[in-house]
Ligand binder design. Structure first.
Ligand SMILES: [Zn+2]
Length: 483
């Protein structure tokens, strides 16, 4: 098959055509969540764009195997092995065990992914399942002279590498070394950039998860997880490794260091990184301001797929600025698009030639460094083009294999709602739960009016208004819209 998917490779700092190690097959790895809290929608931006990458690769015909880890041990609050243990912090906060916290937030993460139509990777592996693999890697690194024991921990010796800062230019290298001067000093480290492979002398006395190892009872460092899990499931050669730009340093830098030292050859050819989600004041994070989750967006009346569309409208390599104002605009655009699709008739048969031509247009857009906003433009252009509705519907179904915006299902729901005894949704950019709630409130209000309980009817109207939903009584029935 023709290799035609181009992405920006952080390793070479160029947009490159992905050429897999094995023709027609892609081995892909994604750094998974640290399951100590709900996922922030900023983190979920990365998972949405990685999902689009996987689906783009499948769309052009690759057989993709994608692996993701779940970090349930070893991740400290600073990626540079300092600060509190994130899992312990979560357990303490909620008065639960680490494994209870891990289970709860793993489920919550996949529930968010499900709402955002993010496909679950082919293999999902919690770090705590792979302790033997990590120990084997650390042992090999010690034998090969790339690691040392100090203060009862095992460290990777970055001075043994020709080039440790593989991702960066010279000026950034200096900057990175500078940044590391600020973090609390670990006197066991021979070089500032060395990192922990295995902790035995934990500064956390109440560390719940510990395992026997040749170096004493302890637990793995965070970075070794992704190397161990990816090599376990994808073998010694990987095509694409994904993550957020936050992961470039030190996490991915350390992954490359230890994996290539362990394997003795180049490990992964393409590094795909998704940029930050910002608000007006700068980078959004769990610790700053309102903690934005998918559930919060739903509570505010947004369909999670509106957030997916919001992400798709911008390029993955550009910072994206979040605001409710923009979300409102995207919700309106999404609704308008669904209405347009709902107006397509089922008549005719698919025009195969037109279908193929328009499928290629879409493929060209998304295969070109994942130009998702261009992909969406193709959707609009196609809807305007001169061909029968049946072909258009078929194309929408095809595009949605990658976009995953429930375009046909959403349009169908909208059409059904319009037929539903006059309750016409003016704006369906809300979650199905919210929609159900609105419709049940409209029904209750209708019943209250019938019983001449106008106080209750007004109460319902005000309750909905507080949630940002305005009702309008029209001849065709009650209409609602988001305000
Ligand atoms: Zn990772």
């Amino acid at each position: 098959m023709e290799n035609k998917v181009k992405i920006f490779n952080t390793l070479t700092r160029k947009v490159e055509t992905v050429i897999p190690n094995v023709e027609g097959k892609i081995a892909m790895y994604t750094c998974g969540p640290t399951v100590y809290h709900f996922a922030h929608i900023g983190n979920l931006r990365s998972y949405i764009m990685e999902d689009v990458l996987e689906k783009t690769l499948r769309y052009v015909g690759y057989d993709v195997k994608r692996v993701m880890n779940i970090t349930d041990v070893g991740h400290l609050s600073s990626d540079a092995d300092t600060g509190e243990d994130k899992m312990l912090k979560g357990a303490k906060r909620e008065n639960k065990t680490v494994m209870e916290i891990a289970k709860f937030y793993t489920d919550a993460f996949f529930s968010d992914c499900h709402k955002l139509n993010i496909k679950t990777p082919d293999v999902v592996e919690p770090a705590t399942n792979c302790i033997d693999e990590f120990i084997h890697m650390v042992q090999t690194l010690l034998e090969k002279g790339f690691a040392y024991i100090a203060g009862e921990n095992v460290y990777f010796d970055t001075s043994k590498l020709e080039d440790y800062y593989v991702f960066s230019s010279q000026s950034e290298k200096e900057l990175m070394v500078g940044v590391r001067d600020d973090v609390e000093e670990d006197e066991n480290k021979r070089n500032k950039s060395d990192f922990v492979l295995w902790f035995t002398k934990s500064k956390f006395d109440n560390q719940e998860l510990k395992w026997d190892s040749p170096w004493g009872v302890g637990y793995p460092g965070w970075h070794i997880e992704c190397s161990g899990i990816s090599i376990k499931h994808l073998g010694e050669y990987m095509d694409i490794h994904c993550g957020g730009v936050d992961n470039i340093f030190p996490h991915h830098t350390n992954e490359i260091a230890q994996s290539e030292a362990y394997l003795g050859h180049k490990w992964c050819n393409y590094w795909f990184h998704v940029h930050h989600l910002n608000d007006k004041s700068g980078k959004m994070s769990k610790s700053k301001g309102e903690f934005l989750t998918v559930s919060l967006l739903q509570e505010k009346g947004y369909n999670p797929l509106v957030y997916r569309l919001f992400c798709l409208q911008s390029h993955y390599r550009k910072p994206l600025e979040f605001s409710y104002e923009v979300m409102d605009n995207v919700a309106a655009a999404y609704n308008k698009l669904l209405k347009r699709i709902a107006s397509l008739k089922d008549e005719g048969t698919v025009d195969k030639e037109a279908f193929a031509a328009w499928r290629i247009k879409f493929e060209d857009a998304i295969a070109n460094d994942m130009n998702t906003s261009m992909g969406i433009t193709v959707v609009y252009d196609m809807l305007k083009a001169d061909m029968n509705d049946c072909t258009k519907k078929a194309l929408i179904g095809s595009y949605d294999e990658v976009l995953s915006l429930d375009l046909l299902k959403g349009a169908e729901n909208l059409a059904n709602m319009s037929n539903n005894d006059g309750n016409v949704a003016e704006n369906s950019g809300v979650s199905p739960e919210m929609e159900e709630y609105i419709l049940s409130m409209i029904e209750e209000r209708k019943a209250a009016k019938k019983e001449k309980n106008f106080a209750r009817a007004d109460e319902i109207r005000n309750e909905l208004l507080e949630k940002g939903v305005a009702l309008e009584d029209t001849r065709e029935g009650v209409k609602w819209k988001l305000v």
